[in-house]
Design a protein around this ligand. Sequence first.
Ligand SMILES: [Zn+2]
Length: 554
Amino acid sequence: MEQNEHWVLLHGDVDTIKDFVFETSSLPQIRGGSQLLLECEDEVTKKVETLGGEKIYCSGGSFLFEIPADKVGAAKGDIENIYLERTLAATVTIAHESGSSLPDPQNTPQEGWAKRLWDAHQQVQQSGDFARRVAFLSAHVRKAKNQKRSSPFFEAFPFGKRCDACGKRVTLEEITRREPEEQEREELVALCAVCLQRHRTGVRSGKQHVRGRFNERFSHQYAPTANHPPDLDHLVRSARRSYVAFLYADGNDIGRLLQQVRSKEEFAALSRALEEGTQQALFKALQQACGQELQKNNGYWPFEIVNVGGDDVTLLIQAGYAWEVAVKFLEEFEARIKVLVMDTLGYWLEGWPEKITASCGIAIADVKHPVRYLEYLASDLLKRAKREAKASAERPQSAVTFLWLPNPVAAEKAEPLMSYYQRGDNRLTARPYTLERAEKLTHLVQEASQWPRVRALRHRWGEALDRGMLVSLNTVYYDIARRGDEDRVQLTRFLSEVGRSAEQQGYWTTPPGPLWQLFEKDNKKPGFRTALLDVLELAELRAMRPDVPEEEER
Ligand SMILES: [Zn+2]
């Protein structure tokens, strides 16, 4: 069957998918964009099946089908049309095997992306023709993408009225917007063809006014009594301060795992386990962290699941919940995927790591901040977390990091913003965190939220950290010395745990005080870093949650 000459693989993915989904900062638009792509996936799968083909996977804007060789031309054209007709703007790049199913090993790509990927693939390939066939097609898809120059173009006349949502294309229609439901007067908005399509899809709701596939699934599973938020303002409505977090998560090194599969069945089993496990892990994490708000009658969910595609998660959530949801998600992900793979396949593949891990990046800003910029930042932070996840080659770990923009800065990269935490050789943060350290940090954050007159102390310590290592040690120990015996014991223990949270993997030394840890910087030189400010920032964010008791102010 594997080598059946009449069947070929057809693989492809959506071009610049994030530009399509996050073109505007309006939640209905984002949700609509994401939903339209899901609907395309359903239709594409159905189409391939009517042509006699079979789905191996199709999610997150990417697909792999096996299809009779004589149907491949028709399928390709149909798939391209489905995307274009439904979204008016999203295009796909597709590659397929030609004729006999196996690419001739002698006939390897000679140049460009395809060659680089091919070479890289040759080095890591363990076994299995199937993985080789898929890698070969992926290389073709990437190469074709790099050569693509044109995308659907809507001509804009100089005096045409621009779309109120994207500001780019010419208005097609004015619609009355009555979102959210309780808004009294209707609002007129002029939208272009693409935004109109996304808007209509984004406000369309199923049962109980829940919109978007994954939100509906969540609602079905946990039956929250609170309302699904129609827009971002409702999403942050119950928060004490209107900060929103953009959270990206995905599995670590999934490409390498896939390259080690030997058959279509293994490939499909892993894809399915990732899809199912990722969704369940996210749902569980959300239910656990936000459970209290979800059961309020007149409240709104504090989050919106934008997408779960394969092992990818895109989530918008009130800032105060983001860290806890991320940590819980990573725990659940590690636990579930392996069980699901074992359930389907009955064995764990040789050469795969002990467990499959994931990483998470969280970007936090005011709810008015352009979502596209938060998306850029979150995706950059995710990369940083992944570096930490891979820091120890023999022991892959899950990892998470976050960045809070208390003031609006239009930045696409985290680097210049993270430099805010740099003070000479010292660093006021110990991010990113491996899951193990992140779990400890979560407890410390909860503890820090419970100190008496906590906000004043947080601010005082935060300022002291800013003034340097020795000044901060002085201030913190002075504050502890002034407390009663019981507080003193508790705070000293707290600080030594904060100290351990800043330890770098494989680089332990004796610090000058438990607050700071010696660590090796990227340039291999030693410096000191602390986790205290991370705890203080997360405690500050956590205090924005509606379910955390209001702090006494002084
Ligand atoms: Zn528009």
